[in-house]
Design a protein around this ligand. Structure first.
Ligand SMILES: CC(C)(COP(=O)(O)OP(=O)(O)OC[C@H]1O[C@@H](n2cnc3c(N)ncnc32)[C@H](O)[C@@H]1OP(=O)(O)O)[C@@H](O)C(=O)NCCC(=O)NCCS
Length: 158
């Protein structure tokens, strides 16, 4: 059986950009402009070549990014919103479960954090369900407008 989360390869690059540029994903992101192929290629090359960053493809339906450059490490994700239609919530749950397992079992992390816009109630509820707790919130300029960002964190269960 193929692994649910697999390391991205360069053949995934253009698909991931299509997912990231979906209006619903941009609306909940920390930068909302349409990412150009050039900007994406630059980010992709840097992230793929960095042992402290992991781009993983979830069941060909979404992407999970772990960033271990800071302590605590953080993660982010987005799905193929256009392709998934009504199954979005179920896929979110499977993705989050797989991501949490990967972070603690495969990467061996002790803590995992993430940034979510305060307006993104569905994802905040999902994080709560998977044991993430809000530890701080702060304002961030999102395309020139201050918005509240919620930092949620989970520790490894021993
Ligand atoms: C949606 C989400 C992944 C967007 O992430 P983001 O706003 O791009 O922010 P990240 O912290 O992941 O990105 C870090 C950097 O990589 C860049 N980046 C991320 N993905 C990129 C891509 N595909 N192409 C180019 N650059 C990218 C960002 O622009 C940012 O650059 P900066 O640090 O120079 O500002 C993130 O906000 C998130 O995980 N939110 C909660 C989960 C959620 O709601 N997901 C969507 C549901 S479908």
């Amino acid at each position: 059986m193929p692994r649910v989360l697999r390391a991205a390869v360069d053949a995934d690059r253009d698909t991931v950009l299509t997912w990231r540029n979906h209006p619903d994903v941009r609306a909940v992101s920390l930068t909302t402009h349409v990412i150009s192929p050039e900007e994406h290629a630059k980010w992709w090359e840097a992230a793929m070549g960095d042992p402290r960053r992991h781009i993983l493809i979830f069941d060909d339906k979404g992407v999970v990014i772990f960033d271990l450059r800071e302590d605590p490490p953080s993660w982010s994700f987005y799905l193929d919103v256009a392709g998934l239609g009504g199954t979005l919530l179920a896929t979110w749950m499977r993705l989050e479960q797989a991501a949490v397992r990967y972070a603690f079992d495969e990467l061996g992390l002790e803590r995992l954090g993430g940034e979510t816009l305060a307006t993104n109630a569905q994802v905040l509820a999902l994080h709560r369900r998977f044991g993430f707790r809000e530890t701080k919130r702060y304002e961030r300029l999102i395309d020139g407008t201050p918005q509240t960002v919620v930092w949620t964190e989970r520790v490894r269960e021993h």
